[in-house]
Design a protein around this ligand. Structure first.
Ligand SMILES: [Zn+2]
Length: 283
């Protein structure tokens, strides 16, 4: 965890100056006097959003898994209704070199490569910069690549975040984004919207579209909806029973997702798919 790889392109989020002075545990803005702390793990704290403290067991478990990537990947495969697919993301890495700067917005604890800088609103393991995605601490046209996976549905004004992504990306740079189309409600900390292919095209219209399509297919969408539907049907309007049934119905419904090994390639899959992607370029 370190912001050092992007030190030269950092700006002050308040006055937009790049006149920043590095001290041992903070960065001072020489222009407006604001300062940013560096925590004991080497993370630069630009803006930390105060989230409501949660005590539910499922929430604590989610937090634990976010900080333990290998366990998280296994649990995700065994219990999640979606068949994770990282194939489409490779399109971005093929276009960029290992020395290019890529920022992963909302990257959490997932470390994709050495040249990927994780930006997140919470200081998870592997987060390099703690910041809000609507006000990124990077200079205009300063990064070579941007990744944003299943993040924009959790943002109240996603078009503002996309404008910010466009600002920091260099001309000739690439963006890879994934947003759900058909998934159940999942707060992190909020859950505000879903997108169709046309909706994604509209959201990223400032970029040149290279490819758009399905990342996670229709079987995953069905597995999630069926699991939650059965839990609602047999819960007799009790949230406690619903929560338990959601866990119980998981092993019954998740094998459906395996059909996505095939159906993700179906040309009509986007009509009811779980997750869509946009891959584009700034011209
Ligand atoms: Zn400043």
């Amino acid at each position: 965890m370190s912001y050092k790889k992007v030190e030269k392109i950092l700006i002050c989020i308040y006055c937009k100056s790049n006149d920043l002075i590095n001290e041992s545990n903070k960065i001072n803005c020489n222009h407006c006097g604001k300062y940013y702390l560096v925590d004991s793990k080497g993370r630069l704290i630009v803006q930390q959003i105060k989230l409501k403290e949660r005590t539910e067991l499922t929430y604590k478990l989610k937090n634990y898994l976010r900080n333990n990537q290998k366990v998280d990947n296994l649990i995700y495969f065994l219990f999640s209704p979606v068949l994770v697919n990282t194939r489409q993301r490779k399109k971005l890495f093929k276009k960029l070199s290992k020395s290019d700067i890529i920022i992963n917005i909302g990257g959490g604890s997932t470390k994709l490569a050495n040249n990927v800088i994780n930006v997140d609103i919470k200081p998870y393991v592997n987060v390099d910069i703690v910041s809000d995605c609507n006000n990124l601490p990077f200079a205009d046209s300063s990064v070579d690549g941007i990744i944003s996976e299943v993040v924009l549905e959790h943002i109240q004004e996603p078009h503002k975040a996309v404008i910010e992504m466009y600002r920091v990306l260099k001309p000739g740079g690439y963006i890879y984004a994934e947003i759900p189309f058909i998934q159940g409600y999942h707060e992190s900390p909020g859950d505000y919207q879903r997108y169709t292919i046309e909706g994604l095209e509209e959201l990223f219209k400032d970029f040149k579209k290279v490819k758009i399509g399905v990342s996670i297919g229709p079987s995953s969408a069905l597995a999630w909806i069926l699991r939650d539907y059965l839990a609602i049907l047999f819960s007799f309007n009790s949230t406690k029973i619903y929560n338990v049934l959601t866990l119980l119905f998981t092993p019954l419904t998740w094998p459906i997702k395996l059909l996505d090994f095939i159906l993700v390639y179906n040309k009509n899959a986007h009509n009811i798919s779980s997750l869509l992607y946009f891959f584009g370029k700034k011209e």
